[in-house]
Design a protein around this ligand. Structure first.
Ligand SMILES: *Cc1c(COP(=O)(O)O)cnc(C)c1O
Length: 351
């Protein structure tokens, strides 16, 4: 009963290396489910890439990365006042500060080394440029390792770059000297266009998932049963159209069925998938599973560890034990097993 990630490891690693070479000053991002690969595996590869710093999402992720990576670990989640009361600065850990009141409090403590996160067009966290003049004085008493901007991956790129230049100008005007700018979601040429400051790109997706052909996700067929037309099936007791009902490993606990298909989908498709896959559910929503090049439909809402799929009457069905390629979204996927460097004759990549 295995929902499996198969990695052609030499190929995956060389894809990561190739992406890394395009990104001077790279800070690999290792967070959440480790982009499907697991944080430990990404930490190991980061060590082999020879980078001096990696970034994690939250403090709770530090330990898993530290087992394999001995350089600096930057935590991207901003410090809160409560954090300053409860935790002591850890060695080799760089924290983020994104609120003026936390900056002022830090100035009164022997606090951790921090990166100051500035507001950006994403507007997730960050001190605004108008707050900078009043923060110049407390910042002189903070161990400052630069400023950070979490930038949009889409939108008008000229406006995105303008926001960076405006931020650098506002820092200069406020008398805040920074040598390093930590950024997200800029292309190699956009990164190269930023002058006068050391740029550290924080990159996850386009590093770890740069070569989609270097890994494959499959669910194992567990049951194959012929169904007469109009047979009621599944939790929802929807009418089956006839053909073959498959039960395949891979359900909501693995991240399947939350999105019908999101491997390359834009937000619109992902939302459509979410609505079809999770809300309307049963019926004939497309599943992320493929058999012989054809996408199979769900025959029911995804169950927790398996999915029920329909193979139409006119198509040959797989057998128990066959593997179906699943173009699941890596950042929400959990696998029962990870297989390295598999012989992958049957894995003609999903798309
Ligand atoms: C997740 C994250 C990144 C990496 O994003 P990708 O799209 O995976 O490259 C960079 N910066 C911040 C602040 C993040 O939260």
């Amino acid at each position: 009963m295995t929902f499996r990630l198969s990695i052609d490891e030499p190929r995956w690693q060389s894809g990561v290396r190739r992406a890394a070479q395009q990104l001077p000053g790279l800070v690999p991002v290792i967070k959440g489910n480790g982009y499907g690969f697991g944080r430990e595996r990404l930490a190991q590869l980061s060590a082999r890439l020879g980078v001096d710093t990696v970034a994690v999402g939250t403090e709770s992720e530090i330990a898993s990365v530290r087992r394999f990576f001995h350089g600096t670990i930057a935590v991207m989640a901003p410090l809160t006042l409560a954090d300053l009361r409860s935790s002591t600065p850890a060695i080799g850990v760089l924290r983020t500060v994104a609120h003026a009141d936390v900056v002022r409090r830090l100035a009164e403590l022997d606090g951790p080394e921090v990166v100051l996160e500035l507001d950006s067009p994403v507007h997730r966290h960050g001190v605004t440029l108008t707050e900078l003049p009043e923060l110049a004085e407390p910042l002189r008493r903070v161990r400052l390792a630069g400023v950070a901007m979490h930038l949009p991956s889409g939108g008008d790129r000229r406006r995105v770059l303008d926001s960076v230049h405006q931020a650098l100008a506002a820092l200069r005007a406020a008398g805040i000297t920074v040598s390093t700018l930590w950024v997200s979601h800029l292309s190699a040429s956009e990164l190269a266009s930023i002058q006068g400051v050391e740029v550290r790109p924080r990159v996850g997706t386009s590093l770890w998932l740069s070569d989609r052909q270097s890994f494959t996700v499959t669910g194992t067929v567990l049951d194959v049963r012929r169904m007469p037309p109009r047979q009621a099936v599944g939790y929802r007791q929807r009418r089956f159209s006839g053909g073959t009902l498959l039960v395949v490993s891979g359900g909501t606990a693995h991240g399947v069925g939350l999105y019908a298909s999101a491997a390359h989908a834009g937000l619109r498709d992902a939302l459509k998938g979410a609505v079809l896959g999770a809300v309307r559910g049963a019926g004939w929503a497309p599943s992320p599973f493929h058999w012989q090049g054809h996408r199979l439909n769900f025959a029911d809402v995804a169950h927790m560890q398996v999915s029920m799929l329909a193979v139409p009457e006119h198509r040959a069905a797989p057998a128990v034990g066959d593997r179906l390629i699943c173009d699941t979204r890596m950042t929400v996927s959990t696998f029962d097993a990870v297989e390295l460097d598999p012989q992958r004759p049957e894995f003609t990549a999903a798309s």
